[in-house]
Design a protein around this ligand. Structure first.
Ligand code: FAD
Length: 346
């Protein structure tokens, strides 16, 4: 039985008359695929049918890239091949060379769909690649109804819009990773590893307009905000960066990620990579705790899919209580110290 047959039977398919494949633009870190790339693979597997295969594109340089490729090849039974672009051009996550790479892959592969996670990387690369390919991307997809019909939120998540893509190939999508959780693999679901192919980059067009200067990242022991199971968020009510440490202490005790409202970020209490909301990160943890957050629609847009929402606010009429499963009308400067005292040490 060939891998292609396995794919045809492995997953629910969405009919597509074309004999074409789907390309997933993937990111890797420390020799493994990122959690968001696994979600992209999950979304892309919805396009699989007997005539459609799934290719995963990785780029970078050196041993960690090859390690990530080997891990990616056996991480999901739907993956038919891993394409590896090994070059110094991809040493840093610059959008321009990446967009040209996607353009090149489309010329080589004629994919029906190209999928990437809707994070800062995907939002940076996909529109550029779409412009090079002269197609319109469909962004922030939360549901794949048919091969060319998708659901995406509009008006800060207050309405859902069904979109039919009528343009030419490829149909390019960014997906909301929280809507495509990765099912844990059953013991016998792992078949033999997919083949790994090195991409011939000799025809890659150079882009002389951009150069890498530096990357500033925050080192943190805490879980990643986008994929954490528990998120503790603080709002403007914290009043200062010093006070915001209360939120950080609580997060530490609960093994949680820290989030913030835009008001807290704009006031300089924390850096903007912690912002949750329409113009920040979209999160959907098992538990979301909001302290001193009013619940503006732009904030709700980023956390409304959390499984359990807990809100602490001293105003009983604060809109956050409309989406909260548990609400406490109280002063966070009393509630958090009490929680810190009563919660057991890790
Ligand atoms: P506030 O609205 O000022 O609320 C503070 C809350 O704390 C109040 O409800 C108050 O009752 C309560 N409080 C005060 N003191 C205490 C205390 N001691 N104990 C307990 N409770 C207390 N916002 C985001 O968060 N994310 C986004 O991505 C985002 N994108 C935006 C995009 C656009 C285009 C626009 C226009 C706005 C956006 N905003 C975003 C901003 C948003 O509209 C709100 O201004 C912001 O979310 C408010 O933050 P906040 O809840 O911390 O502050």
């Amino acid at each position: 039985i060939t891998r292609r047959h396995l794919i045809a039977h492995a997953s629910p398919s969405i009919s597509s008359s074309r004999y074409l494949g789907t390309l997933v633009i993937a990111e890797h870190e420390g020799g493994s695929l990122t959690a968001t790339s696994l979600s992209s693979g999950e979304a892309a597997s919805k396009f699989l049918n007997k005539d459609n295969s799934l290719s995963l594109l990785l780029a970078g340089t050196g041993p960690s890239l090859q390690e990530a490729a080997a891990n990616a090849a056996s991480c999901h039974p739907s993956i038919s091949q891993v394409l590896v672009a090994d070059s110094d051009k991809f040493k840093h996550p610059l959008a321009e060379p990446w967009a040209r790479l996607v353009h090149l892959m489309q010329q080589k592969g004629e994919y029906s769909h190209i999928v990437v996670a809707s994070g800062s990387f995907g939002k940076n690369v996909l529109p550029r690649a779409a412009a090079l390919l002269d197609v319109s991307p469909v962004t922030d997809v939360i549901e794949i109804s048919e091969a060319r019909t998708f659901v995406r939120p509009i008006y800060a998540g207050n309405a859902l819009c069904t979109v039919r893509y009528t343009g030419s190939d490829p149909c390019m999508l960014t997906i909301r990773t929280t809507s495509f959780p990765v099912a844990s693999a059953s013991p016998d679901s792992k078949t033999s590893a997919a083949p790994i192919h090195q991409v011939d980059l000799s025809t890659l067009v150079e882009d002389g307009n951009t150069r890498f200067v530096k990357q500033i990242t925050q080192e943190s022991e805490r879980p990643d905000l986008g994929s954490a199971r528990v998120v503790i968020t603080g709002g403007r009510a914290l009043k200062s960066a010093e006070n915001f440490k209360l939120i950080e202490k609580l997060a530490e005790k609960l093994g949680a990620a820290v989030g913030a409202t835009r008001a807290a970020v704009d006031a300089g209490y924390v850096t903007n990579e912690l912002q949750v909301g329409q113009t920040g990160k979209i999160v959907a943890p098992d538990l979301y705790m909001a302290f001193g957050v009013s619940g503006a629609i732009q904030h709700i847009a980023g956390m409304r899919d959390s499984k359990v929402i807990v809100a602490v606010n001293k105003d009983a009429d604060a809109p956050i209580f409309q989406v909260a499963d548990y609400g406490l009308v109280g002063d966070l400067f009393e509630v958090i110290p009490e929680l810190l005292e009563k919660l057991p040490e890790k």
